[in-house]
Design a protein around this ligand. Structure first.
Ligand code: ABV
Length: 266
């Protein structure tokens, strides 16, 4: 996979040399390039922004500079522009990035991250590349505001990179994790020592009884999800729940809706 990140703070992305993403690059699974947006300016002051039309606070990033940068990293006009290119614009006004986005982006040929400051990039940039047939995603990493798109890009790149086939040592660890297909948070995990700070390991995990352990973990996942993420309980597919799940959820105050849809509070 080819990943290009364009930013006025390219040094902010230097952590991508480390850890899992760094390994993916060393192993040739990921061709990641970080670019300085100012390399595409043409004026003496290397200007990337200007005052907003219609007035208001802050500065808006100029579409002409962004257009030159994005055209070049997409290989526009060189015959190398891949059909599988996605342009990702991190913005607090975007859709919220989820594991579903990460899964879908993991099979893309090229991802281009356009890191803007929080006041934003001239809206014609996203419009232009959509019209040109590029898949454009305006995405937020959550309901809080950052100063720029750099950290949001780091988050999304890490979430995508670990899903590239051959990346994670044991692919089983991708199966049961939080925000996976089950639609539940992960159960709590424990390791040695068996007694620590006067706290013991739940007995069932020492029993060697695999069916009981599986059931306990599922109960823990359901209880955790109900307590922490009621929105995920509402979104559960009732058809994927067994009678034990439904009994536990009823005890926690959740019952199948009258319309046969998801779950609602009793
Ligand atoms: C991108 N906040 S994504 C640019 N939650 C600036 C701020 C920001 C993003 C997010």
């Amino acid at each position: 996979m080819r990943v290009d990140v364009v930013s006025i703070f390219p040094d902010y992305l230097s952590v991508l040399d480390l850890s899992l993403v760094g390994k993916a690059r060393q192993r040739g699974l990921l061709d990641l390039r970080v670019h300085d947006l100012r390399d595409w300016t043409t004026d003496r002051h290397r200007t990337v922004d200007d005052t907003p039309f219609g007035g208001g606070a802050g500065m808006v990033m100029r579409p002409d500079v962004w257009g030159q940068a994005i055209d070049e990293v997409l290989g526009a006009g060189t015959g190398t522009r891949s059909e599988g290119a996605h342009l990702i614009v991190p913005t607090p006004s975007g859709e919220v990035f989820t594991q579903r986005h990460a899964e879908s982006l993991a099979s893309a040929e090229q991802l281009v991250f356009a890191c803007g400051r929080y006041e934003g990039i001239d809206a014609r940039v996203a419009e232009h590349y959509r019209s040109a047939g590029v898949t454009v995603h305006e995405l937020s990493i959550g309901d809080y505001v950052l100063n720029g798109g750099e950290v949001a890009s780091l988050v999304m790149i890490e979430a995508v990179a670990r899903l590239i086939p051959g990346m994670v040592g044991n692919p089983d660890s991708l199966v049961e994790e939080s925000h996976g297909a089950a639609g539940l948070l992960e159960y709590p995990v424990y390791t040695k020592p068996p007694s620590w700070a006067d706290l013991e390991i739940p007995e069932v995990l020492l029993s060697g009884h695999h069916a009981k352990i599986e059931r306990w973990r599922r109960d823990q996942a359901l209880e955790r999800t109900a307590a922490r993420r009621p929105d995920m309980i509402e979104a559960l597919d009732v058809a994927g729940l067994d009678k034990h799940d439904l009994k536990l959820l009823a005890e926690l105050g959740w019952v199948p809706g009258a319309d046969g849809g998801g779950l609602t509070r009793a």
